[in-house]
Design a protein around this ligand. Structure first.
Ligand SMILES: [Zn+2]
Ligand SMILES: [Zn+2]
Length: 274
């Protein structure tokens, strides 16, 4: 699903030398489900019935291994009656989006994205089914998957996929598994592990609509900086902007990030999730 977002080879060569040659991180089922759930979260106000909202909440927990297949099935079946009798097409699609997110198969869960798109009333005329992506959904995609050609690390080394894990690689070819990186260790151990504690708080104590609290994310950025992290793309993402090269002028510019949801690539990086 992410393949269509690949930029042209010329664009890559200009902005991310070596980007095409670098192995692309594979999107995990967890990330894809959390992306589907984030798309439904973006139309949260159209889900008045708690049974629909519960289906999404259980789907998020299932993605994180905190709910069983049985929990997921019960949540989806409980939301079944909401698929009929809706007064408008938008509300019907919203109910379908929540219901889809609670399918066990990731491909079915991803259809939540399409129903969430349709629930907004946006036109998809002339677009192939796999290709259309609303602007809010593109922002969610960036939040959850980050920039595949620049995977940041707290220590500032290059992050590379290695089998089913990630490794941090320095300029001299030094290579460490992410969990064992000696340069990241003092940052994460700063003030008795304050950063991991704040990150867990950001992940669990969310705003009522499921967004991660931007104020907590700013505190994490300040603490990371104090601990010695100078990776701009991490600090800027947490503070609310992402830098990206403009496809037209080639000039780097900043655009607002977020909203951040479960699966945010920077929070996942600090939690050790993928
Ligand atoms: Zn590191
Ligand atoms: Zn984020």
């Amino acid at each position: 699903m992410l393949a269509f977002l690949r930029p042209t080879p010329e664009y890559l060569a200009q902005h991310y030398p070596g980007g095409l040659a670098a192995p692309m991180p594979r999107a995990s089922d967890r990330k894809l489900r959390l992306f589907a759930c984030a798309c439904v979260r973006s139309i949260w106000e159209r889900l008045a019935d708690p049974r629909s909202r519960n289906a999404v909440e259980v789907a998020e927990r299932f993605g994180d291994g905190e709910a069983t297949e049985r929990d997921l099935e019960v949540a989806r079946i409980t939301a079944d009656p909401l698929l009929v009798g809706k007064p408008t097409e938008g509300l019907r699609n919203a109910a379908y989006a929540a219901w889809c997110s609670a399918f066990r198969e990731t491909n079915h869960a991803l259809r939540a994205r399409i129903h969430a798109f349709d629930a907004t009333g946006a036109s998809r005329r002339g677009m192939a089914l796999e290709l259309y992506l609303s602007q809010p959904q593109a922002a969610l995609l960036r939040d959850i998957f980050g920039n595949p050609f620049h995977q940041p690390t707290p220590c500032g080394m290059t992050r590379k996929p290695f089998h089913n894990q990630f490794a941090h690689v320095d300029a001299n070819g030094g290579f460490w598994l992410e969990a064992e990186c000696p340069a990241c260790r003092p940052i994460l151990a700063f003030r008795d592990g304050l950063i991991p504690k704040l990150v867990i708080r950001a992940y669990t104590d969310r705003l009522p609509d499921g967004r991660l609290d931007p104020e907590v994310l700013c505190v994490i950025a300040d603490t990371l900086e104090e601990a010695g992290c100078s990776e701009a793309s991490i600090l800027e993402h947490l503070r609310g902007t992402d830098r990206c090269p403009s496809p037209d002028t080639g000039v780097w510019w900043h655009r607002p990030t977020g909203p951040h949801f479960r699966g945010c690539h920077v929070i996942d990086l600090l939690l050790g999730k993928s």
